[in-house]
Design a binder for this molecule. Structure first.
Ligand code: TXA
Ligand code: MG
Length: 340
């Protein structure tokens, strides 16, 4: 497939993109979280094409994107609390799982009776949703298992030849996927994001935290039954939970041990650590207290490791946006955490 790549899209380009989506094709588009790989959510075949382009198992449901809260009732049955959340957080990086209407095909919801709905705030995404006139089903635009796409370079790397069009929107503002909550039964946080747990509690004080958010992090090496990797670079990632000196010493020891086998290690850390660790490749998430920068950089950095055999990372805090960074990192590490 020949992919059209559009830099600085104008209204005409977005109309073309909308036309592609209505015709059953696929468009990679920017959002405020990460780039999405979009197709018509009303077309069962478009959903199949999305799964194929990503190399993703079709038992994983897709999020539908809409231009406004006013459209939600066409495709889902929102409970009253949805509109309180919407008033506070939408458009924006919050996706809500609700009972679905029959118009959403089973290929989009992967057979579930529910649908995940998102109203993006990114102007290109929003305008594309409006022009398409159909809900846009869009997972993150990465190949399955790889870190999500937050730059046009990564979009081209993963999706050239797999989508009809790629729209350049520059670097994704947030850099991590949307917060997902379920409003089917008791409200549950399924995936942390830029709408943080603390923010959600202001509207839903008793919201629960889903099992996959922290993966029962109890300091042991591997959480049972959750060995699949996600968001991962091509080499193993191991997270280290410990103080500064312990972390630096651990890296020195590992570096020496690996060198004996002709291997090299990379380190994913903070600005405060960069000058104090010694490794073949050292990448920083930014100042330690700056979770926004860490979120913004994480996926790009995970894609940037090369020529190293293993990456050691520091465990982030779980406060605010830190919880989302923690969640993505622990998945990239296949839940492998070493407690010093
Ligand atoms: O920020 C985002 O949410 C990005 C942009 C493109 O909007 N999209 C995104 O989609 O991250 P994806 O497919 O990579 O992640 C969506 C997650 C998947 O883990 C999926 O299992 C879950 O949402 N999901 C979708 N529909 C669901 C449903 N009905 N019930 C429970 N989980 C659902
Ligand atoms: Mg994804």
């Amino acid at each position: 497939m020949k992919t059209r790549i559009i830099h600085s899209p104008d209204e005409r380009d977005l109309k073309d993109a909308a036309e592609i989506i209505r015709g059953g094709g696929l468009v990679v588009f920017p959002t405020e979280t990460v780039y999405g790989l979009g197709g018509s959510a009303l077309d069962p075949d478009a959903a199949r094409r999305i799964y194929e382009a990503k190399g993703r198992p079709s038992d994983n449901p897709l999020i539908i994107h809409l231009p406004s809260v006013g459209e939600v009732r066409k495709y889902a049955d929102p409970p009253g609390i949805y509109f309180d959340l919407a008033e506070r957080f939408l458009p924006g990086p919050l996706t809500v799982v609700m009972p679905k209407k029959d118009i959403i095909p089973d290929t989009v919801s992967a057979g579930l009776p529910t649908v995940a709905v998102r109203i993006p705030s990114n102007p290109t995404a929003s305008e594309l949703c409006r022009l398409a006139g159909v809900p846009i089903a869009a997972p993150s635009a990465n190949l399955s298992g790889r870190p999500s796409v937050t730059t046009i370079q990564a979009a081209i790397e993963d999706m050239d030849g797999r989508a009809d069009m790629i729209i350049d929107g520059g670097e994704s503002e947030i850099g991590l996927e949307s917060t997902i909550i379920s409003l089917v039964g008791d409200p549950v946080l399924l995936r942390p994001g830029a709408v943080t747990l603390e923010m959600l509690r202001e509207v839903i004080p008793d919201i629960k935290i889903g099992g996959a958010v922290k993966e029962k992090y109890d300091g042991r090496a591997i959480a049972p039954g959750m060995k699949y990797r996600h968001y991962a670079p091509s080499m193993p990632v191991v997270l280290i939970d410990g103080g500064d000196e312990g972390f630096y010493d651990y890296i020195s020891e590992k570096k020496a041990a690996l060198a004996k086998e002709g291997k090299r290690c990379g380190v994913l850390c903070y600005d405060e650590d960069s000058g104090r660790v010694d490794a073949a490749q050292i990448l920083s998430l930014g100042p330690r207290a700056d979770e926004k920068t860490a979120a913004h950089r994480l996926f790009g950095l995970l894609r940037s490791f090369s020529g190293v055999d293993v990456v050691y990372g520091r465990l982030p805090s779980t406060e605010g946006l830190g919880l989302a960074v923690f969640n993505r990192l622990i998945k990239a590490a296949g839940f492998e955490v070493v407690r010093l």
